[in-house]
Design a protein around this ligand. Structure first.
Ligand code: NDP
Length: 255
């Protein structure tokens, strides 16, 4: 019975930005729970390698290449892949970038790139997917937020603005689509080692700071996002809507 609540057999999941990093681990978790997964990224070689690795492990995966800021690319790629997989049941909006620098001299084009990818990309990708969900009166949308959805650090202004926006966009989506039996929730990871955070992890002072600032006294292991994502993608969370689940080793709870 318990297993049935979390079973994703027969579902199709699209995870944006899943050619590497957290998205890749999230997609693997959804596939392990039974879903067909559409992997996504911009770099085609990396994406194809990820799909191959899934298939070698007996997981059902398809390449769905597009840039989350480009509506035409999203529509074209989804149109192709859906012929094989059927419509998307589970959408994880995970693709994101980071650009650091002092706000007073931040390049406006870089500001725009972060907002376009991390916030507007969630809006556009979801618009391209949600029509099928509304029609079928069923869907799960999980937006990857951040601790920056709640708190700020110097030099990450655009990222913080975007992730704060993703949190509120999650709530806006939840209240608009709940009546269609669509649940929209967010996951806010703490600090996890990926390409995005590699320079931070390699900085001894920062690494020490993270371990001191996180009540769990360590970085997160990307695998620790699998349970929360599968939960929010499954029937087990059918009355949870508009919530952000922080997976942060307790960091947000500590002053
Ligand atoms: P990575 O840099 O490791 O991976 C980013 C992924 O996003 C890649 O697959 C990349 O594809 C893809 N991507 C980037 N831009 C686009 C785009 N325009 N269209 C489609 N795909 C794109 O990042 P993480 O795995 O660390 O981060 C994943 C998400 O988690 C982000 O939203 C990030 O903000 C969030 N997050 C991460 C934390 C961490 O500690 N790592 C903490 C909190 C939140 P490609 O390979 O083609 O470049």
């Amino acid at each position: 019975m318990i297993q049935k609540w979390f079973d994703l057999t027969g579902k199709t999941a699209l995870v944006t930005g899943s050619s590497r990093g957290l998205g890749l681990v999230i997609a693997r978790g959804l596939a392990a729970a039974g879903a067909k997964v559409m992997l996504n990224g911009v770099n085609r070689e990396r994406l194809d390698a990820a799909v191959e690795a899934f298939r070698r492990d007996g997981l059902e995966a398809y390449a769905c290449p597009f840039d989350v800021t480009d509506r035409e690319q999203i529509e074209a790629s989804l149109h192709d892949v859906k012929k094989t997989t059927g419509p998307v049941d589970i959408l994880v909006n995970n693709a994101g970038i980071q650009r650091r620098g002092p706000l007073e001299s931040f390049d406006p084009r870089e500001w725009q790139a972060v907002i376009d990818t991390n916030l507007t990309g969630v809006f556009i990708t979801t618009q391209c997917v949600v029509g099928d969900m509304i029609e079928r009166k069923s869907g799960k949308i999980i937006n990857i937020c951040s601790l920056a959805s709640e708190i700020a650090r110097p030099t990450t202004g655009p990222y913080t603005a975007a992730k704060g926006g993703v949190k509120m966009l999650t709530r806006a989506m939840a209240v608009e689509w709940a009546a269609h039996n669509i649940q929209v929730n967010g996951i806010g990871p703490g600090y996890f080692l990926t390409d995005m955070t590699r320079t931070l992890a390699e900085n001894e002072e920062f690494d020490r700071w993270i371990k001191g600032r996180t009540p769990a006294r360590r970085w997160g292991d990307p695998e620790e996002l699998t349970g929360p994502v599968v939960f929010l993608a499954s029937d087990a969370s059918s009355f949870i809507n508009g919530q952000i689940l922080y997976v942060d080793g307790g960091l947000l709870s500590l002053i």
